[in-house]
Design a binder for this molecule. Structure first.
Ligand code: PLP
Length: 416
Protein backbone atom coordinates (compact mmCIF):
# COMPACT_ATOMS: atom_id res chain seq x y z
CA UNK A 1 0.00 0.00 0.00
CA UNK A 2 1.16 3.57 -0.69
CA UNK A 3 1.34 5.73 2.41
CA UNK A 4 1.61 9.51 2.38
CA UNK A 5 3.35 10.99 5.39
CA UNK A 6 1.05 13.42 7.14
CA UNK A 7 1.74 15.54 10.20
CA UNK A 8 -1.00 15.74 12.81
CA UNK A 9 1.33 17.39 15.33
CA UNK A 10 0.73 20.70 17.13
CA UNK A 11 3.91 22.21 15.73
CA UNK A 12 5.35 21.75 13.24
CA UNK A 13 2.06 21.63 11.40
CA UNK A 14 1.59 20.74 7.69
CA UNK A 15 3.13 23.26 5.29
CA UNK A 16 1.04 25.39 3.01
CA UNK A 17 2.15 24.80 -0.63
CA UNK A 18 1.96 28.51 -1.49
CA UNK A 19 4.35 29.24 1.39
CA UNK A 20 6.78 26.55 0.23
CA UNK A 21 6.91 28.07 -3.25
CA UNK A 22 7.50 31.52 -1.78
CA UNK A 23 10.41 30.18 0.27
CA UNK A 24 12.04 28.60 -2.73
CA UNK A 25 11.83 31.88 -4.65
CA UNK A 26 13.10 34.12 -1.82
CA UNK A 27 16.56 34.80 -3.23
CA UNK A 28 16.78 38.44 -2.12
CA UNK A 29 19.17 40.47 0.01
CA UNK A 30 17.85 41.86 3.27
CA UNK A 31 19.21 45.40 2.79
CA UNK A 32 17.34 46.11 -0.44
CA UNK A 33 14.13 47.86 -1.42
CA UNK A 34 12.66 44.48 -2.41
CA UNK A 35 13.13 43.10 1.08
CA UNK A 36 11.90 46.29 2.76
CA UNK A 37 8.69 46.10 0.72
CA UNK A 38 8.19 42.45 1.67
CA UNK A 39 8.97 42.96 5.37
CA UNK A 40 6.76 46.02 5.71
CA UNK A 41 3.87 44.22 4.05
CA UNK A 42 4.29 41.15 6.29
CA UNK A 43 4.38 43.33 9.42
CA UNK A 44 1.15 45.08 8.41
CA UNK A 45 -0.63 41.79 7.65
CA UNK A 46 0.66 40.13 10.80
CA UNK A 47 -0.54 43.02 12.91
CA UNK A 48 -4.05 42.48 11.56
CA UNK A 49 -3.74 38.74 12.00
CA UNK A 50 -2.77 39.16 15.66
CA UNK A 51 -5.55 41.73 15.97
CA UNK A 52 -3.98 44.83 17.49
CA UNK A 53 -3.91 48.49 16.48
CA UNK A 54 -2.05 49.86 19.48
CA UNK A 55 0.71 47.26 19.49
CA UNK A 56 3.83 46.93 17.35
CA UNK A 57 4.82 43.64 15.73
CA UNK A 58 8.33 42.30 16.22
CA UNK A 59 9.54 39.26 14.28
CA UNK A 60 12.49 37.29 15.65
CA UNK A 61 14.61 34.59 14.01
CA UNK A 62 14.04 31.93 16.66
CA UNK A 63 11.57 29.28 17.64
CA UNK A 64 8.69 30.36 19.87
CA UNK A 65 10.71 30.08 23.05
CA UNK A 66 12.96 32.90 21.81
CA UNK A 67 10.00 35.29 21.88
CA UNK A 68 9.04 34.02 25.34
CA UNK A 69 12.58 34.72 26.51
CA UNK A 70 12.57 38.16 24.86
CA UNK A 71 9.42 39.11 26.74
CA UNK A 72 11.05 38.17 30.05
CA UNK A 73 14.45 39.75 29.35
CA UNK A 74 12.99 42.99 27.99
CA UNK A 75 10.25 43.51 30.57
CA UNK A 76 11.75 42.43 33.88
CA UNK A 77 14.60 43.36 36.18
CA UNK A 78 16.33 41.08 38.68
CA UNK A 79 14.22 40.75 41.83
CA UNK A 80 10.93 41.67 40.12
CA UNK A 81 7.96 39.81 41.52
CA UNK A 82 6.06 38.04 38.74
CA UNK A 83 3.12 35.63 38.65
CA UNK A 84 3.27 32.57 36.41
CA UNK A 85 0.10 30.60 35.64
CA UNK A 86 1.05 27.05 34.85
CA UNK A 87 -0.84 23.87 34.02
CA UNK A 88 1.58 22.05 31.75
CA UNK A 89 5.00 21.96 30.15
CA UNK A 90 4.75 25.37 28.50
CA UNK A 91 3.59 27.05 31.71
CA UNK A 92 6.57 25.46 33.45
CA UNK A 93 8.78 27.02 30.78
CA UNK A 94 7.59 30.47 31.88
CA UNK A 95 8.67 29.68 35.45
CA UNK A 96 12.11 28.51 34.34
CA UNK A 97 12.61 31.54 32.12
CA UNK A 98 11.56 34.01 34.81
CA UNK A 99 13.88 32.33 37.32
CA UNK A 100 16.74 32.38 34.80
CA UNK A 101 16.35 36.17 34.66
CA UNK A 102 16.37 36.55 38.42
CA UNK A 103 12.67 37.19 39.00
CA UNK A 104 10.89 36.31 42.23
CA UNK A 105 8.33 33.86 40.83
CA UNK A 106 4.89 33.31 42.37
CA UNK A 107 3.04 30.39 40.80
CA UNK A 108 -0.62 29.50 40.42
CA UNK A 109 -0.91 26.02 39.03
CA UNK A 110 -3.70 23.73 37.92
CA UNK A 111 -3.43 19.96 37.47
CA UNK A 112 -2.51 18.80 33.96
CA UNK A 113 -5.67 18.70 31.86
CA UNK A 114 -7.35 21.54 33.79
CA UNK A 115 -7.38 25.32 33.85
CA UNK A 116 -6.98 27.87 36.66
CA UNK A 117 -9.32 29.15 39.32
CA UNK A 118 -9.67 32.90 38.89
CA UNK A 119 -10.10 33.26 42.67
CA UNK A 120 -6.75 31.63 43.23
CA UNK A 121 -5.13 33.96 40.73
CA UNK A 122 -6.71 36.89 42.55
CA UNK A 123 -5.34 35.66 45.87
CA UNK A 124 -1.85 35.47 44.42
CA UNK A 125 -1.85 38.84 42.73
CA UNK A 126 0.10 41.30 44.87
CA UNK A 127 0.59 45.04 44.70
CA UNK A 128 4.20 44.40 43.73
CA UNK A 129 3.37 41.89 40.96
CA UNK A 130 5.08 43.34 37.89
CA UNK A 131 3.89 40.88 35.27
CA UNK A 132 1.64 37.86 34.77
CA UNK A 133 2.77 35.17 32.31
CA UNK A 134 0.38 32.56 30.91
CA UNK A 135 -0.54 30.45 27.87
CA UNK A 136 -3.65 30.96 25.80
CA UNK A 137 -3.59 27.30 24.82
CA UNK A 138 -1.41 24.84 26.81
CA UNK A 139 -0.31 22.56 24.01
CA UNK A 140 1.12 19.86 26.27
CA UNK A 141 -2.30 19.08 27.78
CA UNK A 142 -4.73 20.42 25.15
CA UNK A 143 -6.30 22.95 27.51
CA UNK A 144 -7.63 26.38 26.56
CA UNK A 145 -7.02 28.94 29.30
CA UNK A 146 -9.39 31.87 29.59
CA UNK A 147 -7.17 34.86 28.81
CA UNK A 148 -10.10 37.34 28.85
CA UNK A 149 -10.92 36.37 32.44
CA UNK A 150 -7.34 36.97 33.60
CA UNK A 151 -7.19 40.25 31.68
CA UNK A 152 -10.45 41.34 33.29
CA UNK A 153 -9.14 40.49 36.74
CA UNK A 154 -6.07 42.66 36.17
CA UNK A 155 -8.26 45.50 34.96
CA UNK A 156 -10.79 45.20 37.78
CA UNK A 157 -8.06 45.24 40.42
CA UNK A 158 -6.27 48.15 38.68
CA UNK A 159 -3.16 45.99 38.73
CA UNK A 160 0.01 47.43 37.28
CA UNK A 161 1.12 43.95 36.26
CA UNK A 162 1.66 43.48 32.55
CA UNK A 163 -0.17 40.56 30.98
CA UNK A 164 2.11 38.48 28.75
CA UNK A 165 0.38 35.72 26.81
CA UNK A 166 2.06 32.85 24.99
CA UNK A 167 -0.52 32.47 22.24
CA UNK A 168 1.72 30.28 20.12
CA UNK A 169 -1.11 27.78 19.69
CA UNK A 170 -3.82 30.25 20.76
CA UNK A 171 -3.46 32.46 17.69
CA UNK A 172 -5.51 31.00 14.86
CA UNK A 173 -7.54 28.80 17.20
CA UNK A 174 -9.25 31.23 19.55
CA UNK A 175 -10.57 34.79 19.32
CA UNK A 176 -8.20 37.14 21.13
CA UNK A 177 -8.77 40.90 21.35
CA UNK A 178 -5.41 42.24 22.51
CA UNK A 179 -6.30 45.93 22.76
CA UNK A 180 -9.88 45.46 23.94
CA UNK A 181 -9.03 42.98 26.68
CA UNK A 182 -5.84 44.73 27.76
CA UNK A 183 -3.17 42.18 26.85
CA UNK A 184 0.28 43.75 26.85
CA UNK A 185 2.27 41.16 24.93
CA UNK A 186 0.98 38.40 22.64
CA UNK A 187 3.40 35.80 21.30
CA UNK A 188 3.15 33.59 18.20
CA UNK A 189 5.34 31.10 16.36
CA UNK A 190 5.78 30.18 12.70
CA UNK A 191 5.37 26.40 12.85
CA UNK A 192 1.86 26.56 14.32
CA UNK A 193 -1.28 28.17 12.85
CA UNK A 194 0.54 30.12 10.14
CA UNK A 195 1.52 26.88 8.39
CA UNK A 196 5.21 27.55 7.66
CA UNK A 197 8.36 25.79 8.94
CA UNK A 198 9.86 26.40 12.41
CA UNK A 199 12.30 29.28 12.80
CA UNK A 200 10.33 32.49 13.32
CA UNK A 201 8.62 33.82 16.40
CA UNK A 202 6.64 37.02 16.63
CA UNK A 203 5.37 39.32 19.35
CA UNK A 204 2.74 42.02 19.46
CA UNK A 205 3.87 44.52 22.06
CA UNK A 206 1.49 47.12 23.48
CA UNK A 207 2.19 50.65 24.80
CA UNK A 208 2.41 49.71 28.50
CA UNK A 209 5.03 47.09 27.69
CA UNK A 210 7.12 49.56 25.66
CA UNK A 211 7.02 51.95 28.63
CA UNK A 212 8.14 49.21 31.00
CA UNK A 213 11.14 48.43 28.78
CA UNK A 214 12.56 51.90 29.38
CA UNK A 215 13.24 51.07 33.02
CA UNK A 216 13.74 47.29 32.91
CA UNK A 217 17.39 46.31 33.06
CA UNK A 218 17.81 42.58 32.61
CA UNK A 219 20.53 41.84 30.03
CA UNK A 220 19.55 41.44 26.39
CA UNK A 221 21.35 41.94 23.14
CA UNK A 222 20.19 39.84 20.17
CA UNK A 223 16.58 39.91 21.42
CA UNK A 224 16.49 43.65 22.17
CA UNK A 225 12.92 44.49 21.21
CA UNK A 226 13.45 48.25 21.14
CA UNK A 227 16.25 47.88 18.61
CA UNK A 228 14.06 45.61 16.48
CA UNK A 229 11.17 48.10 16.60
CA UNK A 230 13.44 50.90 15.40
CA UNK A 231 14.65 48.80 12.47
CA UNK A 232 11.19 47.48 11.65
CA UNK A 233 9.95 51.02 11.17
CA UNK A 234 12.45 51.27 8.30
CA UNK A 235 11.35 47.95 6.86
CA UNK A 236 14.35 46.03 8.14
CA UNK A 237 15.44 43.82 11.01
CA UNK A 238 18.47 44.51 13.21
CA UNK A 239 20.42 41.44 12.03
CA UNK A 240 20.15 39.14 9.02
CA UNK A 241 16.56 37.89 9.11
CA UNK A 242 15.33 34.45 8.02
CA UNK A 243 14.41 35.90 4.61
CA UNK A 244 12.91 32.70 3.19
CA UNK A 245 10.65 32.24 6.22
CA UNK A 246 9.49 35.83 6.01
CA UNK A 247 8.56 35.29 2.36
CA UNK A 248 6.71 32.14 3.41
CA UNK A 249 4.90 34.03 6.14
CA UNK A 250 3.81 36.67 3.64
CA UNK A 251 2.38 33.99 1.35
CA UNK A 252 0.63 32.26 4.24
CA UNK A 253 -1.00 35.48 5.45
CA UNK A 254 -2.18 36.18 1.88
CA UNK A 255 -3.66 32.69 1.77
CA UNK A 256 -5.44 33.20 5.10
CA UNK A 257 -6.87 36.49 3.80
CA UNK A 258 -8.01 34.75 0.61
CA UNK A 259 -10.11 32.31 2.66
CA UNK A 260 -12.50 35.24 2.98
CA UNK A 261 -12.39 36.22 -0.70
CA UNK A 262 -15.56 37.56 -2.30
CA UNK A 263 -16.47 38.46 -5.87
CA UNK A 264 -15.93 42.16 -5.05
CA UNK A 265 -12.72 41.54 -3.12
CA UNK A 266 -10.85 38.53 -4.54
CA UNK A 267 -7.80 39.08 -2.28
CA UNK A 268 -10.05 38.66 0.73
CA UNK A 269 -9.36 40.09 4.15
CA UNK A 270 -6.96 38.95 6.84
CA UNK A 271 -9.31 39.63 9.76
CA UNK A 272 -12.17 37.71 8.16
CA UNK A 273 -9.76 35.01 7.03
CA UNK A 274 -8.50 34.61 10.59
CA UNK A 275 -12.07 33.99 11.74
CA UNK A 276 -12.40 31.23 9.13
CA UNK A 277 -9.15 29.67 10.33
CA UNK A 278 -10.43 29.66 13.91
CA UNK A 279 -13.80 28.28 12.91
CA UNK A 280 -12.02 25.54 10.95
CA UNK A 281 -9.91 24.52 13.95
CA UNK A 282 -12.93 24.60 16.26
CA UNK A 283 -14.95 22.45 13.91
CA UNK A 284 -12.39 19.73 13.35
CA UNK A 285 -11.45 19.76 17.05
CA UNK A 286 -15.10 19.15 17.95
CA UNK A 287 -15.40 16.40 15.30
CA UNK A 288 -12.32 14.75 16.80
CA UNK A 289 -13.62 14.97 20.37
CA UNK A 290 -16.94 13.44 19.36
CA UNK A 291 -15.16 10.62 17.53
CA UNK A 292 -12.77 9.81 20.39
CA UNK A 293 -15.60 9.52 22.90
CA UNK A 294 -17.62 7.32 20.55
CA UNK A 295 -14.61 5.01 20.12
CA UNK A 296 -14.19 4.35 23.84
CA UNK A 297 -11.45 6.86 24.62
CA UNK A 298 -11.65 9.67 27.18
CA UNK A 299 -10.78 13.33 26.77
CA UNK A 300 -7.87 14.53 28.92
CA UNK A 301 -9.18 18.12 28.98
CA UNK A 302 -12.97 17.75 28.84
CA UNK A 303 -13.82 21.03 30.58
CA UNK A 304 -11.67 23.45 28.65
CA UNK A 305 -10.58 21.79 25.42
CA UNK A 306 -8.26 23.76 23.16
CA UNK A 307 -9.11 23.92 19.46
CA UNK A 308 -5.36 23.72 18.77
CA UNK A 309 -4.96 20.10 19.78
CA UNK A 310 -7.03 17.34 21.36
CA UNK A 311 -5.46 15.27 24.15
CA UNK A 312 -6.86 11.77 24.37
CA UNK A 313 -6.66 9.14 27.12
CA UNK A 314 -6.74 5.67 25.56
CA UNK A 315 -8.92 2.92 27.08
CA UNK A 316 -7.69 1.84 30.54
CA UNK A 317 -4.47 -0.16 30.53
CA UNK A 318 -3.47 0.82 26.98
CA UNK A 319 -0.41 2.99 26.37
CA UNK A 320 -0.81 6.07 24.21
CA UNK A 321 2.55 5.19 22.66
CA UNK A 322 0.83 2.27 20.91
CA UNK A 323 -1.36 4.72 18.99
CA UNK A 324 1.60 6.92 18.07
CA UNK A 325 3.57 3.92 16.79
CA UNK A 326 0.73 2.14 14.98
CA UNK A 327 -0.45 5.27 13.18
CA UNK A 328 3.09 5.95 12.00
CA UNK A 329 3.96 2.41 10.93
CA UNK A 330 0.63 1.52 9.34
CA UNK A 331 -0.55 4.88 7.97
CA UNK A 332 2.48 7.25 8.09
CA UNK A 333 0.33 9.57 10.19
CA UNK A 334 2.36 11.44 12.79
CA UNK A 335 0.56 12.28 16.02
CA UNK A 336 2.30 13.16 19.32
CA UNK A 337 2.59 11.31 22.57
CA UNK A 338 2.33 13.11 25.91
CA UNK A 339 5.30 15.31 26.85
CA UNK A 340 7.53 14.43 29.82
CA UNK A 341 5.72 12.33 32.42
CA UNK A 342 2.57 12.37 30.26
CA UNK A 343 4.33 10.10 27.74
CA UNK A 344 2.40 6.85 27.46
CA UNK A 345 -0.64 8.48 29.11
CA UNK A 346 -2.13 10.66 26.38
CA UNK A 347 -1.82 11.11 22.64
CA UNK A 348 -2.40 14.45 20.96
CA UNK A 349 -3.95 15.33 17.59
CA UNK A 350 -3.47 18.82 16.16
CA UNK A 351 -6.11 20.98 14.46
CA UNK A 352 -4.39 24.35 14.04
CA UNK A 353 -3.42 25.58 10.61
CA UNK A 354 -3.64 23.63 7.38
CA UNK A 355 -5.99 20.79 8.35
CA UNK A 356 -9.36 20.20 6.82
CA UNK A 357 -12.40 17.95 6.94
CA UNK A 358 -10.73 15.34 4.72
CA UNK A 359 -7.64 15.09 6.95
CA UNK A 360 -9.81 14.75 10.01
CA UNK A 361 -12.04 12.02 8.61
CA UNK A 362 -9.02 10.10 7.34
CA UNK A 363 -7.28 10.23 10.72
CA UNK A 364 -10.40 9.08 12.56
CA UNK A 365 -10.70 6.20 10.09
CA UNK A 366 -7.08 5.20 10.71
CA UNK A 367 -7.59 5.41 14.48
CA UNK A 368 -10.56 3.05 14.13
CA UNK A 369 -8.28 0.59 12.34
CA UNK A 370 -5.83 0.73 15.25
CA UNK A 371 -8.58 0.37 17.86
CA UNK A 372 -10.26 -2.59 16.16
CA UNK A 373 -7.01 -4.47 15.51
CA UNK A 374 -4.81 -3.57 18.48
CA UNK A 375 -7.30 -2.71 21.24
CA UNK A 376 -10.15 -5.22 20.66
CA UNK A 377 -11.13 -5.06 24.35
CA UNK A 378 -12.34 -1.48 23.71
CA UNK A 379 -15.32 -2.89 21.81
CA UNK A 380 -14.78 -0.20 19.16
CA UNK A 381 -16.32 -1.10 15.80
CA UNK A 382 -15.63 0.37 12.37
CA UNK A 383 -17.72 3.46 11.95
CA UNK A 384 -18.15 4.34 15.63
CA UNK A 385 -15.86 7.37 15.47
CA UNK A 386 -16.75 8.33 11.92
CA UNK A 387 -20.50 8.36 12.57
CA UNK A 388 -20.03 10.70 15.54
CA UNK A 389 -17.73 13.03 13.59
CA UNK A 390 -19.98 13.05 10.52
CA UNK A 391 -22.99 13.79 12.67
CA UNK A 392 -21.29 16.70 14.34
CA UNK A 393 -20.11 18.09 11.03
CA UNK A 394 -23.52 17.94 9.35
CA UNK A 395 -25.32 19.50 12.28
CA UNK A 396 -22.66 22.18 12.83
CA UNK A 397 -22.74 23.38 9.22
CA UNK A 398 -26.40 24.19 9.62
CA UNK A 399 -26.18 25.93 13.00
CA UNK A 400 -22.95 27.82 12.25
CA UNK A 401 -24.45 29.28 9.11
CA UNK A 402 -27.57 30.30 10.99
CA UNK A 403 -25.96 31.80 14.08
CA UNK A 404 -22.31 32.41 13.21
CA UNK A 405 -21.41 31.44 16.75
CA UNK A 406 -18.37 29.92 18.37
CA UNK A 407 -18.46 26.14 18.13
CA UNK A 408 -16.05 25.35 20.94
CA UNK A 409 -18.80 23.70 22.97
CA UNK A 410 -17.51 24.90 26.34
CA UNK A 411 -20.02 25.87 28.97
CA UNK A 412 -17.57 28.62 29.92
CA UNK A 413 -16.89 29.74 26.35
CA UNK A 414 -15.06 33.08 26.28
CA UNK A 415 -17.42 34.34 23.60
CA UNK A 416 -20.68 33.26 25.17
C1 PLP B 1 5.20 25.23 20.35
C2 PLP B 1 4.96 26.02 21.57
C3 PLP B 1 5.94 26.89 22.10
C4 PLP B 1 7.26 27.15 21.46
O1 PLP B 1 8.10 26.10 21.37
P1 PLP B 1 9.35 26.19 20.40
O2 PLP B 1 9.79 24.78 20.35
O3 PLP B 1 10.35 27.10 21.04
O4 PLP B 1 8.86 26.76 19.10
C5 PLP B 1 5.62 27.64 23.21
N1 PLP B 1 4.42 27.57 23.78
C6 PLP B 1 3.45 26.77 23.31
C7 PLP B 1 2.13 26.77 23.99
C8 PLP B 1 3.69 25.98 22.18
O5 PLP B 1 2.73 25.18 21.71
Amino acid sequence: MIRKTRLFTPGPTPLLPAAQFAMAAADIHHRTAEFRALYTCVLVQLKKFVGTEAGDIIILSSSGTGAMEASVSNLTSPGDRVLVLTAGKFGERWSSLCKAFGCHVDVVSAPYGQTFSIDEIKANLHLETRAVFMQSSETSTGVRHCVPAVAKLLKDTASEALLVVDAITGLGTTHIDMDGQGIDVLIGGSQKAVMIPPGLSYLAVGPRAWDRMEAAYNPRYYFDLRKERKNARNGESAYTPAVALIAALGAALDWIAAQAATAENPAGDIVEGRKKLIENAETIAAMTRAAMLAMGCTLFAPDAPSAAATSVLPPAGVSSTLFVKELKSRFAAIITDGQGEMKGQIFRIAHLGFFDYMDTIALIGALEQVMVKSVPESGCKFGDGLIAAQGFYAQRSATAAAENKCQCGRSTCCLA
